[in-house]
Design a protein around this ligand. Sequence first.
Ligand code: 5GP
Ligand code: MG
Length: 468
Amino acid sequence: MSNDKIIDKPECNCGTVAAYGHPEAAYLTYLALYALQHRGQESAGIVSSDGEKMFQHIGRGVVADVFSDQQKFNRLKGHIAIGHNRYSTTGRTSFLNAQPLVVNMRGGSLAISHNGNFTNSGTIRKELVKQGTIFQTTTDTEVMVHLIARSQKKEMHSRIIEALQQIRGAYSMTLMMKDRIYAMRDPDGVRPLCIGKRDGAYFVVSETCALDLIRAAYVRDVRPGELIEISSKGLKKYRFADATTVHKCIFEFIYFSRPDSRIFNENVDKVRRKLGKNLALESPADADIVISVPDSSNTAAVGFSRRSDLKFELGLIRNHYIGRSFINPQQRMRDFAVRVKFNAVRGILNGRRVVVVEDSIVRGTTMKQLVKLIRQAGAKEVHVRVSSPPIISPCYYGMDFPSKGELIASKKTVKEICEFLDCDSLAYLSIEKLLESVSPDNGGYCTACFTGDYPIAIEEKIGKYQHE
Ligand code: 5GP
Ligand code: MG
């Protein structure tokens, strides 16, 4: 696909970190970014502050590559820091879009790290451009920065709140001034964000697995519609919107978050196992073994195996050392990319009737190749079980799904997909069982990718030029 075609892909699901009050703030931020690497591999960055001055290092690639130079790392001084992992998109990977974004404005320098996607940034941007504003990047984050800069309110938190009240969409953001940090989550609570503490220092991270690594204790989630300020005066909270109805992204449980994280007050591992168990209940298969597509469906496959009494085996092996450049092939190369990533274990699959549990089918490319691979390894039958419902609609809230036309389930029935994949049977988890797998006391979820029912209004324009 030509990169020029996608003018302005939505901001993507990323990893965000902030640290306040620790002498090794940048180092702990770096570790936290390591733990959140799965949330983005396109670029990584840290901006730190010693209370007077800011220091930054941002680069393309994974955390290990970006921060490989010890000397450069040592320049990230101070007791305050924020960090960001940007998710790879199939579209524009302009370096200008790398984060944290640092700007100077009335009131001092500001660095911002964003996870999510604004759904009305086109309208705001157009209005700002009309008034003479110059944009350097195509990101939502810059829209946010301009809104803060233009606010005539006196205090920083009031300026941020004024900006947030003009924005719609999904976001979990951290922001740093030279002497404090802020953290905020959209009123629908779409993306996770939580607060931790260690040695009197505060940390804000996308997922709890990052707190575990830096040995910070989990304090609580940043609440939907809440702005947190952490400074020498301690933690202050401000509510900038009523969050009476929340719409947390259920796909965070299905695929995106790490199973060792606790998000939205539930363990990802537990929910994912339940998805697998419910899938086995709804759509059992007459087979000999269950295998997963590592790593993303491991936990659901264990759940399926438990409930169905079929043995869980490691029938596919994943190569973990494939760089970004390979993952982004031309369409005709995509098939080959799957084979580089996975190989089948003949000794396990030969002569067996196999259930393959997959967490989701997006285009169908991965599964089609895997079925072929599993058959070539001698499997007698291949039964595909998907621990989420068919994805029929794009995500406008930060998940990196392709356009509607590319989503296989938007065009084909389950039977047709089964034929396309060339498997012996195919079943998806129902929406009812999906929702039953998360705690009912835990508020609402966004299931738009499975229903086409978007809880947060979307600009028409996004649908037009970004997704068709
Ligand atoms: P497909 O080949 O059907 O397009 O993609 C399905 C595979 O992509 C599954 O193995 C699933 O774990 C993974 N997947 C699901 N959602 C996402 C996403 O948002 N981004 C990426 N990179 N992979 C995804
Ligand atoms: Mg996968």
